[in-house]
Design a protein around this ligand. Sequence first.
Ligand code: 5MM
Length: 338
Amino acid sequence: MEIIDQLLETTHKMMTPGKGILAIDESMGTCQKRFDALGVECTEEARREYRGLLVSCPQIEEAVSGMILFDETIRQSTDDGKRFADVLKEKGMVVGIKVDMGAKEMALSEGEKVTSGLDGLRERLVEYKQLGAQFAKWRAVISIGDGMPSDACIKANVHALARYAALCQEQGIVPMVEPEVLIDGEHTLEECYSVTEHVLKCLMWELHQQRVMLEGCILKTSMVISGKGCATQATPDQVAVATVDCLYNAITPALGGVVFLSGGQTELQSTTHLDKMNKLGNHPWGLTFSYGRAIQQPCLNAWNGKTENISAAQAQLLKRAQMNGLASLGQWSEDKEA
Ligand code: 5MM
């Protein structure tokens, strides 16, 4: 199949109406943090059991179109020896892989980070494709605070995002570009709007400069939301209107789709916000979820490192995925949670 057709087909599958993407690509440090919080030892076997229950969760494919795996996870298999990537494909889901090498302290820019991972990326993408990857994710983090974000930080991050996106498309792998404006801080909704708008506009320009085909590229973005420490918290309606308005201002309708990260929102907040955005009307792109914590947390708590809890954990996972699937259609309501 031609590369362009591959990109379009994968993008289309990822944006299947009523479904979203599950992020299970926690790096070692993040995974350690999540397991530590439960007192579960973060061994390779524990990570394999946990990720295994996520990929093989019964019916998950009804609400999830694909999952983002981590380097270790794409090489792991279920108890009966089936590779996780094959489990996903057999259930009709799309296989994703995190390809950035993490956000590192930015030189001469105290408090800011730049994401690394471009060196050797072409070769890594070739290998990931052989392992079954159809899309790839790269996350950049942008902080709001005193003098932040700096132009230098925005430029460095969006340039890297566009370079990685071009390398992905060269291999027929759909890039999922993730510029996350962090929720940490005391900033207002308006400040978050203006930073997010600026970052997205800069990103659009860089994608254009690197000749990225926008129809075969997915944006994974944060919502426009009040900082966690802001004294006045915006209402869900304000978050939904501001986020959609910001997208209309900053990105082109040609983009293959828009998915959101949860970024520290609670399960209910992230579902409510997504639902409200989709109730605002039909948008030029699908707006769906690519949550990590907001879908996984109840499942992780229920599992608690014990094999006998796998079914209970899978029930929690399926429920949050289904709730967010409804929200991606604007068909969720709080009574459905019961
Ligand atoms: C699952 O977490 C992903 C990897 O993060 P680290 O590199 O920090 O380990 C992360 O990129 C994730 O895909 C997004 O941030 C969305 O997850 P949340 O939890 O914000 O919905």
